[in-house]
Design a binder for this molecule. Structure first.
Ligand code: KG4
Ligand code: ZN
Length: 326
């Protein structure tokens, strides 16, 4: 099948084409406008999507050498995400699908992040555990099969990506905070400061990062504080240490050979290296960094899987800003 995927849930405007489970094009525009505000401004995100989406869709089609008329269906992010941003993508997609008289399908952005791992490892086999770490979510999933998922646990407060973003702000770095902290941390000693790690000694799948952010705030008020690179490295280590220990416990608990990591934080090289070193005898899989952060390739890929079994959405389907994985 030839599926066009569209993603506009936050601050990336993205389109991609998937043909028979292979991504043949993936176009994306990252909205720089939010950098100066230190976070995403929802109203500006919608306006940017509206301006850019048509261009990005045409870019993806051009790269795929397909015309609109050759498409078999459209998959678009239905949620979770920012309401206005989601509406721009779904409205555009509904218009396109109606005009072309082809099926449309609303996709769960989180489920698509999990399935981005099949782009890295087409032969990935069920079951597996997935650590889903993005700007809005930190969850551990037992993925038993396509459409059969069991939530093992999640964060009680901030998501891991949010902890990076908030930490970066405290350290006077830019947005998004993850890549900024990662770069500065390379020059620092990750054992310099022992930041708190919530629930790390407990055999459960819960996370909490709000205390860590507060600890960083207090630390930066301390007159005897160490250099910023050491602080960034230690702060990053406190987040990643917890993620890796919980993923290890989930792999053992579910007896899973395959562990996959998904979402924007999965782009972090220290997380990639540290998880591989500390979770022995498991197959640890990460998508290509460009498919960890928001993209439309994962939407098109998952869309094709559902459309292939006849699942479609009604043309008047609504966005779901708080959409969960069932
Ligand atoms: O999946 P994503 O692009 O959007 C959401 O669905 O939320 O994730 C964005 C999050 C941001 O919080 C960003 O700081 C974080 O992913 N992130 C990273 C890295 N790249 C992006 N965190 C740590 N290290 C990175 N290299
Ligand atoms: Zn995302």
């Amino acid at each position: 099948m030839k599926i066009l995927g569209i993603e506009t849930s936050c601050d990336e405007t993205a389109a991609a084409v998937c043909i028979d489970s292979k991504i043949v094009s993936s176009a994306l525009s990252s909205q720089e406008i939010h950098t100066k505000f230190g976070g995403v401004i929802p109203e500006l995100a919608s306006r940017e999507h509206e301006k850019t989406l048509n261009l990005i869709v045409h870019k993806a089609l051009e790269e795929s050498n397909l015309s609109l008329e050759e498409l078999d269906g459209i998959a678009v992010t239905q949620g979770p995400g920012l309401s206005g941003a989601l509406i721009t993508g779904t409205s555009f997609s509904k218009g396109l699908a109606s005009g072309l008289n082809i099926p449309i399908l609303g996709i769960n952005h989180l489920e698509a992040h999990i399935f981005a791992n099949f782009l890295a490892e087409p032969n990935l086999e069920f079951p597996f555990v997935c650590l889903l770490v993005s700007g809005g979510h930190t969850q551990l999933w037992e993925v038993k099969d396509f459409m059969s998922y069991n939530l093992l646990g999640e964060t009680r407060d901030d998501a891991a990506g949010e902890a990076f973003d908030k930490g970066a702000r405290v350290l006077g770095l830019g947005y998004p905070g993850g890549p900024e902290i990662e770069i500065l941390a390379k020059k620092g000693n990750y054992n310099a400061i022992n930041f708190p790690r919530a629930f790390v000694k407990e055999n459960n799948f819960e996370f909490s990062f709000s205390g860590l952010k507060t600890a960083l705030l207090y630390y930066m008020d301390n007159k005897n504080r160490k250099n910023r690179a050491d602080v960034a490295a230690s702060y990053q280590f406190a987040i990643i240490d917890v993620l890796v220990k919980k993923l290890k416990y989930a792999a053992e608990h579910t007896n899973s050979k395959n562990c996959v990591v998904a979402g924007g934080v999965a782009a972090n090289k220290f997380l990639r290296q540290y998880s591989k070193e500390n979770i022995p005898n498991r197959n640890i899989i990460y998508p290509h960094p460009s498919f960890c952060t928001d993209n439309a390739a994962m939407i098109a890929y998952l869309g094709e899987k559902y459309l292939a079994i006849g699942k479609t959405s009604k043309i008047n389907f609504s966005i779901l800003p708080n959409m969960k994985i069932d």
